[in-house]
Design a protein around this ligand. Structure first.
Ligand code: COA
Length: 497
């Protein structure tokens, strides 16, 4: 059985325990671990590391692709192992320690991390811990349900620990497309010209002598919590569909649209689910995370191909897809995140990018990360990679949060992730604001008219009237611009009165 998975014979004697692998990680090291949106993370070694820290405290810089599953981010942070963390997380326990200032979190565009590692702008990765489904006869590593930054970690690190996950199906082999861009400034174009372009190898090329240990694990990926579409997300999907149909009717695109990218989270997933009932066909995705909705669209025949960096599914969808993965293989690719999120490729393919905002302001600046302007939610993830380079950059959110006490449309966002220059379309359940070709004063009018909850609309219109009276390209009553957030902090609600 093990020989089926470790095909390079001389590596068979490198099987070690998770504790032995964890012992290779020393205080102060930078560790690159696999894992992207709770998929394909190394599972046994991080747990052993947290356990070891009880008697032998150590601190590391932990770099991954994106978020880890199986509560690993919480476990490592609470064991005080994680001193610095980048480039993304979504764990409530780690979030708490980040916001308490105990863990230094570097919130980074997901396409950029390995560019900075490769050029020595970040400290080098001392050791890579990569989950794999097999090690090939030449030593190449076949990742599992995500690629993320794993390939570059393995290539750049001094040592590689492979976690061979026997519970991951070998049908994953052949799904991955590993391509590492050349060094700059003489880099050749990245030859992805359609969503389904295969440009690399189906494994991570690593010299076998770099594999310092192989740990056997059986643990599954954790499942995504997918909220079913509700009235609000159905309304958002409806506005988006009507808008895109109108673009088709105007002759700007065909019924196959442009390749789609959809961000993480329940809202983006539900919005994509809405495409099942829309009249589009032959759709393609060039995205980052392939969620339940991707497979629902593939099953419905609406979507013909999906490119991503990870597969993150609910337990029901996982039970449906994994045994039948071979049937989907011709419709899927998993790429390194610097390729799935590469500005060059995103601009070339002309993606329709749908990401989620926590809040946006009357001019279209978007906050996706900081609650109340200060407290980290998850991180910017790939949303900036996509929004800045999109054919059409769309942000969706419900018009209110926390039982209506928070308006998602505010005079001025309390933190900016996506400036007005990177935002074309805003959608809430109330309606859609098409901001293309509009100046800030025009943007404010259409946003207030179409996107704001009725409980906040008059107050926002009044703010804008008074701001406009003061003049400016982007008018504000500057001393009042964050007063809605102040009210939330002091009174527990943004609701006027
Ligand atoms: N102020 C405070 N809290 C807010 C808020 C606001 N304006 N808007 C939403 N929230 C809260 C919700 O109440 C919810 O809280 P809960 O977890 O306590 O229930 C939480 O934020 C998540 O919101 P939800 O409505 O469930 O949306 P989501 O699951 O779709 O997540 C983001 C929304 C913005 C947090 C998520 O999409 C994200 O992290 N985005 C940034 C990264 C990204 O876009 N990556 C995409 C590239 S793949």
């Amino acid at each position: 059985m093990l020989r089926d998975r470790i095909r390079h014979k001389s590596l068979l004697d490198r099987v070690i325990t998770a504790d032995q692998a964890a012992a290779m990680i020393r205080d102060g090291m930078t560790v690159g671990m696999s894992g992207f949106t709770r998929a394909g993370e190394a599972k046994a070694v991080p747990l052993a590391l947290a356990e070891r820290a009880r008697t032998d405290p150590l601190k590391i810089t932990l770099i991954t692709g994106a978020s880890l599953g199986n509560d690993l981010d919480r476990t490592l942070a609470e064991a005080h192992v994680t001193a610095r963390r980048m480039p993304f997380q979504s764990d409530p326990g780690l979030r708490k320690l980040i916001n308490a200032g105990e863990v230094m979190f570097i919130d980074q565009h997901l396409s950029e991390t390995v560019e900075q590692l490769r050029t020595g702008q970040l400290p080098p990765v001392d050791i890579a811990v990569i989950e794999a489904v097999a090690i090939l006869d030449h030593g190449g590593i076949v990742p599992t349900t995500s690629v993320g930054n794993s390939a570059s970690f393995a290539i750049l690190a001094d040592k590689v620990i492979v976690e061979l996950n026997m519970s991951q199906p070998t049908t994953l082999e052949g799904l991955h497309d590993i391509f590492i861009p050349q060094r700059r400034p003489s880099r050749m174009p990245i030859p992805v010209v359609t969503a389904d372009s295969r440009i690399g190898l189906p494994y991570i090329p690593v010299p076998p002598e770099k594999i310092a240990g192989i740990v056997i694990s059986e643990k599954h990926d954790s499942f995504a919590n997918v909220d079913k579409p509700d009235d609000d997300t159905r309304a958002i999907a409806g506005h988006l569909t009507d808008f895109l149909l109108n673009e088709v009717h105007k002759g700007r695109m065909g019924y196959d649209l442009q390749p789609l990218q959809a961000g993480i989270g329940t809202i983006a997933n539900a919005v994509l689910h809405g495409f099942i009932d829309a009249p589009f066909h032959d759709l393609k995705m060039y995205s980052e995370v392939l969620q339940d909705s991707t497979f629902e669209l593939l099953d419905s025949g609406k979507l013909t191909f999906a490119s991503g960096s990870s597969i993150t599914l609910s337990s029901e969808m996982n039970a449906h897809i994994l045994p039948r993965l071979a049937e989907y293989k011709h419709h899927l690719i998993l790429r390194p995140q610097e390729i799935s999120n590469h500005p060059e490729v995103i601009r070339r393919l002309g993606l329709i990018c749908i990401n989620t905002a926590l809040e946006f302001d009357i001019y279209g600046n978007v906050n996706s990360t900081h609650v109340g302007g200060t407290h980290m939610m998850n991180g910017i993830g790939g949303s900036g990679d996509f929004a800045r380079n999109a054919y059409m950059s769309i942000f969706v959110t419900k018009s209110t949060a926390k039982k209506g006490t928070i308006s998602s449309v505010v005079p001025m966002v309390s933190h900016v992730d996506h400036t007005e220059h990177d935002v074309d379309i805003l959608i809430t359940e109330k309606g859609l604001a098409d901001l293309r070709g509009l100046a800030p004063r025009e943007r404010a009018e259409v946003i207030i008219r179409n996107c704001v909850h009725e409980g906040y609309r008059d107050a926002l219109a009044d703010y804008f009237d008074r701001a406009r009276a003061r003049g400016g390209q982007t008018p504000h009553v500057i001393e009042e611009a964050l007063s809605w957030h102040v009210a939330l902090r002091e009174r527990g609600t943004m609701m006027p009165g």
